[in-house]
Design a protein around this ligand. Structure first.
Ligand SMILES: [Zn+2]
Length: 439
């Protein structure tokens, strides 16, 4: 009865593992030799093998025929080989190229450069594999560095070339000796490193429309020549740059879009930052009470109704002496569409309309220039020196206006005010009114 065995023969010049696990053979009878490894369990020949050779041996009568890559063994007459396939050389590499060709880094990020090559031998269909290069170097170490083996580190925003070398190995079968000849071509390759700067914060992060705001942008990877942008309506000019900080002037047009504008730093050549850091364009929107401890602890000072007395300011200073009537001392700040304070100076009008009293006249418009970082001060609204107190009372609406460029912003709130002597009593009423308010 014939017995069969399967063996895998390694190439004498090759030490690669053979990722081939054959099905088992039941009745091994062939002994191991130095160059032949018998896989001696099971009885099925595998359909394929990654490397090396697979042989099929039969021991017994030589009138049994076999086909394919095989040998037939007759232990009486000797061994008769019938290989149907020549020996195969190791993997050859062709068509190599550096990888990645382009790669975008964040500052501080690391990424490896290498090569990819087409790999094939006489058994395998071509496939691409990745390999390390060596002796890598950077065209601009201020943008990015790279170590000998291709590990690159992004330093500052910009673009640099990473060049390395790769030993492209190919094998050629020499006939008729059936030996493999190894050739090596050293191939250079270059990949591009593109480093985008990082923006982490901006200070101040808000500014009033129609104004120029000097801002400090914090981040990393900034280099000389970088530019700053913040969307439509903001013209940014860079004043100074360090690696982690940019000082710039934001000129906000009077028709700029209110709200968030993403701040973008772009290197001279390379990708722009993609961080979500915004500059907020403030639109004058409302008056909010200014809370000054010990001055206006509730933000709005009391309406005063002196009878031959003094009108005091928010900090206690005498604004008028010996008067009778009504005065008010509001402490306001201007706020934007999100209720946040506006620190820039502005032109401010208090406009009066819709008279409904008995004394006979509207107050004149109060116009004032409020300096930067200041609050709206006191206004003597309707008080006259004693004894010329009002005989009647005034009733009117009060509107607050801010003008920037050619645009007038009407603020909230508006007030309905009644001051004077009504039904024999001095009165001072202030009511917040809504749109549609009528008398
Ligand atoms: Zn009214």
């Amino acid at each position: 009865m014939a017995a069969f065995s399967v063996f895998v023969k390694r190439f004498p010049f090759q030490s690669l593992n053979i990722p081939f696990i054959p099905q088992a053979i039941k009745n091994p009878t062939m002994p191991n030799t130095k160059s032949t490894k018998y896989l001696n369990s099971g009885n099925v020949i595998p359909l394929n093998v990654e490397r090396g050779q697979i042989g099929w041996s039969m021991i017994g009568a030589d009138n049994n025929t076999m086909s394919g890559r095989s040998e037939q063994v007759n232990t009486v007459r000797g061994i008769s080989s019938t290989y149907a396939c020549y020996n195969c050389c190791p993997d050859s590499m062709t068509d190599s190229a550096p990888i990645p060709l382009f790669y975008e880094f964040d500052v501080g990020q690391q990424h490896s450069y290498g090569f990819t090559a087409e790999v094939s031998n006489c058994y395998r269909l071509p496939g691409r594999s990745q390999f390390d290069g060596y002796d890598w170097f950077s065209s601009d170490i201020t943008v990015g560095t790279i170590d000998y083996y291709g590990l690159a580190t992004a330093i500052d925003g910009g673009t640099a070339s990473m060049t390395g070398y790769f030993d492209e190995v190919s094998w050629t079968m020499i006939t008729p000796t059936a030996t493999c000849d190894r050739q090596v071509i050293t191939v250079p390759g270059t990949g591009e490193m593109q480093v985008r700067p990082r923006v982490t914060s901006i200070e101040p992060s808000r500014g009033l429309i129609g104004n120029t705001i000097r801002v400090t942008i914090n981040g990393s990877g900034f280099r000389s020549g970088a530019t700053v942008s913040a969307g439509t309506g903001i013209s940014a000019s860079v004043i100074s740059i360090t690696r982690s900080q940019i000082t710039a002037d934001f000129m906000i047009a009077t028709n700029a879009t209110g709200g968030n504008h993403r701040v973008i730093v772009s290197p001279v050549r390379g990708p722009a930052s993609i961080d979500s850091v915004n500059f907020f364009v403030q639109i004058p929107t409302s008056l909010v009470p200014f809370n000054a401890p010990n001055v206006a602890p509730n933000g709005i000072g009391p309406l005063q109704t002196p009878v031959n007395g003094n009108i005091l300011g928010l900090s206690g200073q005498v604004l008028a002496s010996n008067v009778t009537g009504v005065a008010r001392n509001y402490a306001f700040t201007l706020a934007d569409q999100e209720g946040q304070r506006i620190f820039e100076g502005f032109t401010f009008d208090e406009s009066f309309s819709d008279y409904c009293g008995t004394d006979g006249s509207l107050p004149s418009t109060f116009s004032s220039q409020v300096p930067a970082n200041r609050i709206l001060g006191d206004i003597n609204l309707r008080a006259v020196p004693y004894p010329n107190e009002l005989s009647g009372y005034d009733c009117f609406d009060q509107t607050f206006l801010v003008k920037i460029g050619n645009t007038t912003y009407t603020l909230t709130p508006k007030f309905h005010i009644e001051v004077g002597r009504k039904d024999g009593q001095l009165i001072a009423n202030r009511t917040i009114i809504q749109p549609g308010h009528t008398h």
